[in-house]
Design a protein around this ligand. Structure first.
Ligand code: NAD
Length: 489
């Protein structure tokens, strides 16, 4: 890799107990759209995690005893400060992650702001339960209290968006946190730390330790004073976290990968379905856990769908993420790009047809982006259900299209993977939509739309896609400990 000599390297520091602290060793972080090292991220380990957990533990008694209103005001203030710097955050997220500036501006950062405001508001509206037993002269009620120091581990695909989705409910409920963002996308978390004091977040309430999963992540997972871990990332890492945390019986929330189907019946409105399914396949370079990667199309409309879908996919422009006309930016890393490309090669070797994108169409990149990790939106047809491209999460701009005949058959095939995160169903028949939605093994089912979210409702996956749900009520329950109290009068 070449170094970006023209600009000094950005050097991040851990944020512990309200202070920025340098680290003794650092990891190089790449700009995915140029291939240059442009930033150095602390390579934290046990020692740094220990200091952060201590700071969080020390801050807990005061923070947890504040009322929800005070915490809510602080979260709102933080949201305002991030929103005020929205453009700077969006530029940083795009540069660090490879995503388009348009996506960072319209999705990542606005949603991070919304996460903070949403939990600032929802924390004010929870009520606890009360029951009476007049026959024995008793009244029962529940009380909820924050758990303690929460360990928050987030991935690289939606960096600030997913980090705030955890920090907001954790601190709104009165916990203090130690967060570990992905070592590949740490910049916006570090920028947020600079705003915490001004927002009124007391020192030690939010600590951020940067570094790798194997070192910093595991130190957090194994720390005896961190009773709960909220993790978003891959299924493989979740298995490791489960193992490592087992001796401590930690409370885990695991939001994991997917292999999300789109089921398109012959009565679907294709004028809506096609652009939405192109978006659900390729948005954020296909690097969203909710992206569609298996498209089942009813046989009668299969060839028409394929023709129109490929034509629409080809309209998506791949290139410099900071160009506002670009739809597809760079993938996160060289290794990830190789991995995604290999899936396309494997599909070809198995006899599948690549209809557009990788290896089929030319990819013209601006001079400054020649070493970036780019790949065209790729559509593969005639893939067997048992092929790795139909079974494994690819997490890139690749989608497979196959034909089906009956409702019964497609439900079985859609459920025939280890994952169960999200599905879309396209049909004008309301009865069918309900029937299919009920039978899909999937934590989220969108019909005739995609990625329309109400944060009040549970989010999460079935099977290998996760354990637990996040949302207004679900996150509140995860980040608090409930107690049942009985009073005899
Ligand atoms: P990953 O599992 O490699 O890493 C996620 C985070 O875990 C990173 O911060 C990493 O440093 C850390 N980590 C790695 N090993 C660890 C260990 N042994 N102990 C503790 N922490 C460790 O995932 P990724 O590649 O960063 O993200 C992509 C994955 O995330 C995909 O599978 C995607 O589907 C999933 N994802 C899921 C959701 C969801 O809400 N379900 C959302 C976004 C991404």
């Amino acid at each position: 890799p070449t170094m970006a000599h023209s600009q000094p390297l950005l050097v991040l520091e851990n944020f512990i107990g309200g202070k920025f602290v340098p680290c003794s060793s650092y990891i190089d972080s790449y700009n995915p759209s140029t291939g240059d090292v442009y930033c150095r991220v602390p390579d934290s380990g046990k020692e740094e995690v220990e200091a952060a957990v201590k700071a969080a533990k020390d801050a807990f008694p005061v923070w947890s005893s504040k009322g929800p209103l005070e915490r809510s005001q602080i979260l709102n203030k933080l949201a305002d400060l991030i929103e005020h710097d929205l453009e700077a955050f969006a530029q940083a997220e795009s540069k660090d992650q490879g995503k388009t500036i348009t996506f960072a501006r319209t999705v990542d950062i606005p949603r991070a702001v919304h996460n903070l405001r949403f939990f600032a508001s929802s924390i004010l509206h929870h009520v606890t339960e009360c029951t009476e037993m007049p026959a024995v002269g008793c009244v029962h009620y529940t009380s909820r209290a924050p758990v303690g120091v929460a360990g928050l581990i987030s991935p690289w695909n939606l960096p600030l968006y997913l980090l705030t989705w955890k920090i907001a409910p954790a601190i709104a409920c009165g916990n203090t946190v130690v967060a570990k963002p992905s070592e590949m996308t740490s910049v916006t978390a570090w920028m947020m730390c600079k705003l915490l004091e001004k927002a009124g977040v007391p020192p030690g309430v939010v600590n951020v330790v940067f570094g790798t999963g194997a070192k910093a992540g595991e130190a957090l997972v194994c720390h005896p004073d961190v009773p709960l871990i909220s993790f978003t990332g891959s299924t493989l890492t979740a298995q490791r976290i489960t193992e490592r945390s087992a001796p401590h019986c930690k409370r885990l929330s695991l939001e994991l990968g997917g292999k999300n189907p789109a089921i398109i019946f012959d009565d679907a409105d294709l004028s809506q379905c096609i652009p939405t399914t192109v978006r659900s396949s390729f948005a954020n370079q296909g690097e969203i856990c909710l992206c569609t990667s298996r498209i089942f199309v009813q046989r009668g409309i299969y060839s028409e769908f394929l023709k129109r879908f490929v034509a629409e996919a080809k309209k998506w422009k791949t290139g410099n993420p900071s160009d506002p006309t670009v739809d597809v930016g760079a993938l996160i890393s060289k290794e990830h790009l190789e991995k995604v490309r290999n899936y396309v090669k494997k599909a070809q070797a198995e006899g599948a047809r690549v209809l557009c994108g990788e290896g089929v169409d030319p990819l013209a990149l601006p001079p400054g982006n020649q070493k970036g990790y780019f790949m065209l939106p790729t559509v593969i047809a005639e893939v067997k259900d048992e092929s790795c491209c139909m079974q494994e999460e690819i997490f890139g701009p690749v989608t497979c299209v196959v034909a089906f005949d009956t409702e019964e058959e497609v439900i079985k095939r859609a459920n025939g993977v280890k994952y169960g995160l999200a599905a879309t169903v396209w049909s004008g028949n309301v009865g069918r939509v309900h029937r299919v939605a009920h039978r899909l093994q999937s934590g989220l089912v969108w019909t005739n739309c995609w990625l329309v979210r109400d944060l009040n409702l549970p989010f999460g996956g079935m099977k290998a896609s996760g354990i637990g749900r996040e949302g207004a009520k679900d996150s509140y329950e995860f980040f608090t400990e409930v107690k049942t109290i009985t009073i005899k009068h």
